[in-house]
Design a protein around this ligand. Structure first.
Ligand SMILES: C[S@@+](CC[C@H](N)C(=O)[O-])C[C@H]1O[C@@H](n2cnc3c(N)ncnc32)[C@H](O)[C@@H]1O
Ligand code: SF4
Length: 454
């Protein structure tokens, strides 16, 4: 099985966007005006009656640089910088309440990401969450989740997060082999990770997730077994098993090792196969696009019960089409349009202080974009999609089918008169199936190949 999957990966497993939004960031071309952005957000919020907003809050700070990292972050030593940044986040939140003419924002999902949200001292984290949540109506089944670094999280952080109702914490683990950790400047002992997991469990987090990466410098299928042993021992509810994105022209930290240190071609595929085999043997369900979960976890349940949803934060079990991003570089999504905040922190802070929405760029979706987005959601959430005689797709349908033919020849998808079904063998190729639908990737709007930085 793994040998034939290896051959299929060699034929079809080309790098492709992660499809957390469509169009992918590199293909955006028409930024909404602030007025249009607010109007779209308001409409999405009204359409999401009862389901509320997804809110993403970006905290860019990290205590040190892991050289593989593709995230938008700033290495700082001075924790006092957290205070003015929290002030700005709260001011930005107030701006949105003002423009949306709502004293309380309904929340179905709240995600703190980074960087490292737990870089904020516990009292600043408390002030941030208190300020956001006192002006929010949080749904009873809301997902409140945080990304954290197991090397620096403390019991005090965990207590603050639980106090505000956070139920999921995701730890960056990446790789447990000391040689790999050394070359990417991210030392993490098994003992320290075990402590961070025990403390999160004791604090009452129902869901612990680990981020792992395959394709890091010096990784081998053998060295990866060490990481998988630790996963099996600690048994987090979820695993994100990301392919390493090498983008040194955007992230110069990745030049601290050389391309000769990186596993390539078949070596890289073997890493994915070795990791995936260990995860599925340990009982994890392959949710799709790098995500695995234990069968009792809400993501695995959502997959079984067919209410899985994908947004900018990845897969989620809570469906809402209105996503507000707060913080430097944060992205929001209203289905009608996408918008990203200023990536320059001083400018982001100055614009919010001046009472301005700090948008830098974005994209207004046209009819074809919206149709393709609908197909991608169906494929990612239900592994199938139907054409439904949609005139926005008809001109492109034969081109899409043509791109899918090689996958169909190998039994990874079935193309029918009505639509496209991804077979169980095709699940590891979901990104590639989506890429066949991606009109912008294939030149009807623009022609830029993209591998998303994270
Ligand atoms: C914001 S970070 C994680 C939180 C926290 N700062 C930590 O490091 O523990 C989100 C995740 O993105 C993933 N990531 C970062 N850079 C990546 C890259 N170049 N390729 C693939 N995944 C990457 C890592 O798995 C990382 O844990
Ligand atoms: S992996 Fe996490 S801690 Fe390391 S640089 Fe990236 S965001 Fe910061």
């Amino acid at each position: 099985m793994s040998e034939s999957l290896s051959a299929l990966l060699a034929r079809h497993g080309r790098p492709a966007p992660r499809y957390t939004c469509y169009p992918s960031v590199a293909q955006w071309e028409s930024t909404p005006t602030p007025q249009q952005w607010i109007a779209d957000l308001d409409a999405a919020l009204n359409a999401a009656t009862g389901r509320g907003l997804s809110v993403y809050v970006h905290i860019p700070f990290c205590a040190s640089l892991c050289t593989f990292c593709g995230c938008h972050l700033r290495v700082v030593r001075n924790h006092a910088l957290a205070r003015p940044y929290v002030d700005t986040l709260l001011a930005e939140h107030a701006l949105y309440r003002h423009h949306l003419a709502r004293s309380q924002l309904p929340i179905g999902e709240l995600h703190l990401g980074g960087g490292t949200p737990t870089f904020l001292p516990p009292e600043e984290l408390d002030r941030l969450l208190d300020g956001l949540l006192r002006h929010a109506h949080v749904r009873a089944d809301a997902n409140l989740a945080v990304e954290s670094d197991p090397r620096s999280v403390t019991k005090a952080h965990l207590a603050v997060l639980r106090h505000h109702g956070f139920n999921r914490i995701s730890y960056g683990v990446q790789d447990m082999d000391p040689r790999v950790q050394d070359i990417v400047n991210r030392p993490l002992s098994q003992q320290r990770l075990q402590q961070a997991v025990s403390e999160a469990r004791e604090a009452g987090f129902a869901c612990i997730a680990f981020d792992l990466i395959h394709g890091l410098p010096l990784q081998t299928p053998d060295s990866l077994q060490l990481t998988m042993d630790v996963v099996e021992h600690l048994r987090p509810e979820r695993i994100a098993f990301y392919p390493y994105a090498h983008v040194p022209w955007i992230k110069p930290g990745q030049r601290r090792y050389t391309e000769a240190d990186l596993p390539e071609g078949d070596d890289r595929r073997q890493l994915y196969l070795a990791g995936r085999a260990r995860l599925t043997d340990a009982g994890y369900v392959d949710i799709g696009v790098d995500q695995y979960a234990l069968p009792h976890d809400s993501l695995a349940r959502a997959l079984r019960e067919e209410h899985l949803h994908r947004n900018l934060m990845g897969f989620t079990s809570v469906t809402t089409d209105a996503l507000l991003g707060l913080g430097v570089s944060a992205i929001g999504d209203t289905v009608a349009s996408l918008a990203q905040n200023d990536k320059n922190q001083p400018r982001y802070e100055a614009r919010v202080a001046a009472g301005e929405l700090p948008l830098q760029r974005g994209h207004v979706l046209d009819a074809a974009d919206r149709a393709i987005r609908g197909h991608l959601q169906q494929l990612l959430n239900h592994c199938q999609t139907q054409w439904l005689n949609d005139e926005n797709i008809t001109p492109w349908r034969s081109a899409i089918e043509g791109r899918l033919m090689p996958l169909a020849d190998d039994g990874l998808v079935v193309i029918t008169r009505e639509g496209v079904v991804v077979t169980p063998q095709g699940r590891p190729f979901l990104r590639n199936v989506c890429a066949a639908f991606d009109l912008r990737l294939h030149g009807n709007h623009c022609n830029k190949m993209q591998v998303d930085p994270v």
